[in-house]
Design a protein around this ligand. Structure first.
Ligand code: GEK
Length: 249
């Protein structure tokens, strides 16, 4: 796995963070060392997918990157006649994702698994995709990159495309009211330093993400999910300022 050292040198004119080729190349290392709880959340997405996938339905992974959450979904599903659909608008990410999916398919063939769930990858904007018959929808740290004014419409589209009893998994960096913001933010930076990032890397990455990754409070997410119509919406996981929600139709 290539090590992320994108922000290790001083960048005098720092551009906004983008999911380009340099990021795609180091992404597995970057996300594991930057997002507290990521390595717990991924396998749990498999567990949740197994529970909520319905026969003859689609499972969607929005902002699938290199396919970590997508493959957890694929390998969790036990329901019959399902398909997993991954969507991402970064070509560099999706091309690498295809190679991970192919490796996963080869492993299944070698293991003699004949009913491996088919995967379809689409290069495109998650706010414009024609979703249908969804039993499980995952946004694993993706909604935070969508224009806040478009978030309600996206969640509503997903709710409308979901089958009764379907589940939406939403993982996000969140913000807090008052002193808790400072506390959680500092613990996140400590986490990054404990994982080998320098102060310069932490501070340059923070500046690059400003106006690109826009966190909201946990309550704002719950309110949005409820107002879209989900009968139940709650946090199932939190580590510092990173959390995951589950919403049931
Ligand atoms: C994982 N789920 O490893 N349309 C499509 N894709 C988008 C859009 C958009 N409008 N905006 C951002 N993306 C993954 C991790 S990363 C999270 C998800 C992170 C894509 C973007 O290209 C990137 O691949 C992904 O959303 C977010 O479980 O880097 O913190």
């Amino acid at each position: 796995m290539s090590r992320d050292n994108i922000y290790a040198q001083n960048h005098p004119s720092l551009g906004a963070f983008a999911f380009d080729d340099a990021v795609a190349r180091v992404f597995p290392d970057m996300i594991k060392r930057s997002v507290p709880g990521y390595t717990t959340i991924i396998p749990m997405i498999g567990v949740i997918s197994e529970h909520y996938a319905q026969d003859n339905s689609q499972l969607y992974d929005l902002g699938c990157s290199l396919g970590a959450s997508l493959l957890a979904m694929r390998n969790g599903v036990k329901a019959k006649n399902c398909k997993v659909v991954g969507i991402d608008n970064a070509q560099a990410m999706l091309e690498r994702c295809q190679t991970y999916v192919d490796k996963d398919s080869d492993k299944a063939i070698e293991a003699g698994i004949s009913d491996n769930v088919p995967v379809e990858l689409h290069l495109g904007d998650i706010t414009r995709f024609p979703y249908v018959d969804a039993s499980v929808v995952t946004l694993n740290f993706t909604l935070q990159f969508i224009d806040p004014d478009k978030r309600q419409a996206l969640i509503q589209t997903l709710f409308d495309a979901m089958l009764p009893g379907g589940a939406l998994i939403l993982s996000e960096k969140i913000c807090f009211e008052g002193m808790e913001q400072t506390l959680q933010e500092q613990l996140h930076w400590d986490f990054k330093r404990a994982n080998g990032y320098s102060d310069l890397e932490v501070s340059q990455k923070r500046s690059a993400l400003e106006n690109v990754l826009l966190p909201e409070t946990a309550q704002a997410h719950i309110d949005r999910l409820k107002s879209a119509g989900f009968s139940q919406a709650s946090q199932w996981y939190q580590c510092f300022n990173f959390t995951s929600f589950i919403a049931i139709k």
